[in-house]
Each structure stands twice: as structure tokens, then as C-alpha cells.
Design a protein around this ligand. Structure first.
Ligand code: ZN
Length: 316
């Protein structure tokens, strides 16, 4: 049985200000805030999840917030440095106009024959929107993004490493990814049935200064597997190959294992189940502060320690 990952599950980055982050990702980019919870390792800080209507794996962007400590990071080798969302072909001009109208610098690129808009969020986490003709996923058409323009989820995870070969061997070996194409120092792989949300670009760069973890950088990337059995099978394969793999952690909305690939990037393998509607109905996802059982007793204290969070700013 094939237990290898079928694509991106979620991406977690580090931001400084939760409100500015909500305004950008939910307000300007129009993703749905699907879960408002706390960092399970530090319940005095938010952990927010954005995605499509239900937070389908492959659409989930999450953030840790390091307001007073940690400081700024530096994007560079040893990190996921490219996070791209997929949008319909005709919507690229819409996104270019929308982002530039609100002061976001946008660069137009062409990569593997696809049009790409490149920008950065308020913490300078790099982001991209790629025009894709054949992505049938439905994005979240929030308050002010027309359905035709909605971002449909992730397109590619761009991984920058010093020695591409080491990372590529892991991807095409144990992790079951297939080589797709190469352009300069960028090589594209795909998993499962392929297509948007299932690509990885490995970018070899041994000149840039190494990435430094902090605000404005991507903390880790999670690959999706359908269930616990596939995850355990991957755990064994990785451990047998000498990777130091964490025990299974219960992240409440999915189960996770973590390991570091040889280029220095923290990888996670997360299950597609149980999903975000496990503790609140789909219709009201993301509206109430949800706490795992072990923190419920301290709810009052946690709520008062968290900064107030308003609904996303509305952009015209
Ligand atoms: Zn994660």
C-alpha cells in the first residue's frame, strides 16, 4: 500500500501582530479564518488558521505570533521560502490591482510557463499567486472577493536549501514525489494525483546567507496523508532511514509527526482527519476561541492574556 504524502497539508509562518495578520490574510487575500486557538506549546499566544470554507488540507495557512520575543527572522536557505496560492487565469489582473491598491508591492513573474504575482505580507513573509487553468477546487468567496477570483488553496511549496540533491533524494525516495521539470536552480516535484497543492519546488542556493527563524519567515511545512495508518507507515520509513522523527502529537484537528530534512527545513506529516469541524460547526468556524481540553480550565486566564482580535478589516 502506498502511504506517501499526497501534497501540502498546511504551512505555518511566524507573524508579529495577529490583527494585522487577520486583516491581510482574511481581509485582503480573502481566506476564511477557520480556527481561532492558541499555540499548544505557549497558550499565551494565538494560533490562527486560514483556509477555504472548511479548511481543506492543501488550503491551510497557519500563524504563530511572536510579538515581544524572537525578533525578526531572515528568509533564506534552510527554509520554505516560497508559498504560492492558486487562482484562476483571468483573475491575476484582479489580484494585481487589489494588492497594489492597498500598497502591497507586487512583481509579475513567469515560471514553468505560468504567470506568477510575487509579494510579501506585512511581516514580509513571501507570498505568491499563480494563475492556474485547471484547478477545480473552490476557494472561500468571503465578504468581498467574488467566487471567480477567490484563491483556491496552495499551488507550490518552494523549499530553498544549499544542497538541492539531499532534499531531492528524500522527496523522490521515501516521500514518493515524482520529478516534473527543472528551470535554472529550481526543480519541481509532484505528489499523489498531481496538480495545484501537490507541487514542491526545490531551489538550490549556496550563496545567500542562511535563513534565520523569526517573524517574517515560514516555520515549517506539513505534508498530508489520509489517516493515522499512513502516518505510522511514514514514521517507520523515515526512522529506518535515520531521520529523527517525533512521536505522534495530537494537534486536535489533525495528528502530526515532525522531522528535519537534510537541508534544515522542519517537515511535518499531518493527517487529513479529523479536520476543523471537530469542535465547532462549519457555519461558524473561526468565530469563537477554541481551546484543547487541557487548557479549558485556564480559559479565563488565557482569554485575558490574549490581545483583543477584531474581525478582518473590510477592503473594497
Ligand atoms: Zn504544523
Amino acid at each position: 500500500m502506498n502511504n506517501t504524502p499526497t501534497g501540502i497539508h498546511h504551512v505555518t509562518a511566524i507573524a508579529s501582530d495577529p490583527q494585522a495578520n487577520v486583516d491581510f490574510y482574511a481581509g485582503l487575500l480573502g481566506l476564511r479564518l477557520v480556527k481561532k486557538t492558541v499555540n499548544f506549546d505557549d497558550p499565551s499566544a494565538y494560533h490562527l488558521y486560514y483556509g477555504d470554507e472548511t479548511g481543506t488540507p492543501g488550503s491551510i495557512m497557519t500563524f504563530f505570533y511572536w510579538p515581544g520575543h524572537g525578533g525578526r527572522g531572515r528568509v533564506g536557505p534552510g527554509q520554505m521560502t516560497g508559498l504560492s496560492f492558486s487562482a484562476s487565469q483571468p483573475s491575476l489582473d484582479y489580484w494585481y490591482d487589489r494588492l497594489t491598491r492597498y500598497g502591497i508591492a507586487v512583481e509579475r513573474k513567469n515560471r514553468f510557463g505560468e504567470e506568477v504575482l510575487s509579494f510579501a505580507d506585512p511581516d514580509r513573509v513571501p507570498g505568491e499567486i499563480v494563475a492556474v487553468a485547471d484547478d477545480n477546487r473552490h476557494g472561500w468567496a468571503g465578504d468581498n472577493i467574488p467566487a471567480a477570483q477567490a484563491l483556491r488553496g496552495f499551488h507550490t511549496a518552494g523549499l530553498t536549501v544549499r544542497t538541492a540533491g539531499l532534499t531531492e533524494r528524500l522527496l523522490t525516495g521515501i516521500m514518493g514525489y515524482r520529478f516534473l521539470r527543472r528551470e535554472g536552480n529550481r526543480t519541481r516535484f509532484e505528489a499523489g494525483p498531481g496538480g495545484s497543492g501537490r507541487y514542491i519546488d526545490v531551489i538550490g542556493d549556496n550563496a545567500a546567507p542562511p535563513g534565520l527563524q523569526g517573524t517574517g519567515t515560514i516555520h515549517h511545512v506539513a505534508w498530508r496523508v489520509p489517516d493515522d495508518a499512513s502516518q505510522l507507515a511514514m514514521h517507520k520509513l523515515l526512522a529506518d532511514a535515520g531521520y529523527e522523527v517525533s512521536e505522534v502529537r495530537d494537534r486536535y484537528y489533525f495528528h502530526s509527526i515532525y522531522y528535519r530534512e537534510q537541508g534544515g527545513i522542519l517537515f511535518e506529516i499531518a493527517t487529513d482527519v479529523p479536520g476543523f469541524s471537530v469542535d465547532e460547526p462549519v457555519a461558524s468556524l473561526g468565530t469563537a476561541l477554541k481551546l484543547p481540553q487541557q487548557f479549558e480550565r485556564a480559559r479565563k486566564q488565557i482569554e485575558t492574556s490574549l490581545p483583543p482580535l477584531q474581525p478582518a478589516r473590510r477592503y473594497a
